[in-house]
Design a protein around this ligand. Structure first.
Ligand code: SF4
Length: 347
């Protein structure tokens, strides 16, 4: 089908109603940017899911980073958007104003390089993300070992998608699986989920690829029964990237992970193996359990689970906007609240 035929099909669809969850924040933003929501049939309900790594990083993780910076005099290196994410009572941006050393870097490898150039500082990289970013976190640790760098470590909050797919299955009729994640992990999990009654389509990132994936989801849903389709075969193969998987397996092991607003999902994270514990900031600095009460009117948890749209949050566009974000979903460029604010209004 051509793009205009796909568009006509999605606009005029009159079959059974379908909820499609865009797991990936990049999909959410691209769907808005391409104006796809504007013409979809009212029978097609797009839900923005938990696939923005910054959005699902829990407040307690930010507290740990602030603790390292203020109590242990550690230099924090991080991607820029994480610095504005609220912890339970502060953020790294505020901690920086109180004297914490917080450096924005563009990759974990830059964090390791900074540590190499500043041997008198203890340097920690904030390691958050999904299967797409964990290999580069591991490479930074591997480089530090290779270079004999003892003043570098990572604070892990790395997550894996399969556990989230399972946890959110009731919120959607079909996942729009993120193509870049499955370029790494392959398609096995999608086939397993189909056997357990969970449907999904692996989608690329161009307008035409998204229209194709949405049209497949709608067509298959109207035919009935659980389904799985790889609509991004030019990049995603069944086996994924065995080299990246092997690299991550060599350095990490699965662990339970806390997702902001969702809670603990068993086995949905990775942490460094015991033999690399001197590069694991949580162990190296013996970070205590920082139990703080987290009171907020932010509804990020409900947004991330597809229970409400960002516009359903009473703070949306009022107390919370990109210049003054109250929650992580408004901070990150990949966050659903940021996407709705930038492109969507009440869509
Ligand atoms: S609009 Fe702001 S306060 Fe409301 S859920 Fe989104 S990030 Fe949280």
């Amino acid at each position: 089908m051509s793009s205009s035929e796909l568009r006509d099909y999605l606009q005029n669809y009159d079959g059974p109603e379908i909820r499609i969850m865009e797991v990936c924040g990049t999909h959410t933003h691209e769907i808005f940017r391409q104006g796809i929501r504007n013409f979809l049939s009212p029978k097609i309900n797009l839900i923005s899911g938990p696939g923005c790594p910054v959005c699902v990083t829990p407040a307690s993780y930010i507290d740990e980073a602030i603790y390292l910076a203020l109590e242990k005099n550690v230099t924090i290196t991080s991607f820029g958007d994480l610095i504005r994410v609220p912890g339970t009572s502060s953020s790294l941006q505020k901690a920086r104003a109180e004297g914490a050393k917080v450096k924005v870097v563009y990759s974990p490898i830059d964090g390791e390089k900074y540590a190499k150039e500043h041997p008198d500082e203890q340097v920690v990289f904030l390691s958050v993300g999904f299967e797409t970013t964990t290999p580069s976190d591991v490479i930074a640790v591997r480089n530090a070992i290779r270079d004999g760098i003892g003043n570098f470590s990572i604070l892990t909050a790395n997550k894996t998608m399969p556990g989230a797919y399972e946890a959110m299955a009731d919120s959607t009729d079909c996942y729009l699986y993120p193509g870049h994640v499955h370029a790494i992990i392959g398609t096995g999990i999608c086939k397993d989920l189909q056997k357990r009654g969970v449907s999904g389509v692996i989608a690329g990132f161009t307008g035409e690829e998204l229209l194709t994936a949405l049209a497949i989801a709608v067509r298959k849903h109207s035919e009935g029964g659980p389904f799985y389709v790889n609509a991004y075969p030019r990049v995603v193969t069944d086996e994924g990237s065995p080299a990246a998987v092997k690299l991550v397996d060599e350095f990490t092991r699965p662990c339970d992970a806390m997702w902001r607003g969702i809670g603990m999902i068993p086995g949905s994270g990775v942490e460094l193996k015991e033999e690399y514990s001197s590069y694991d900031a949580r162990k190296k600095f013996d970070i205590p359990v920082l139990e703080k009460e987290y009171k907020t009117a932010c509804r990020c948890g409900d947004v991330l689970q597809g229970k409400i749209r960002p516009t359903g949050c009473p703070l949306f566009g009022k107390a919370c906007n990109p210049d003054h974000p109250v929650g992580a979903c408004m901070v990150s460029d990949e966050g659903a609240c940021s996407a709705f604010y930038t492109y969507g209004g009440s869509l």
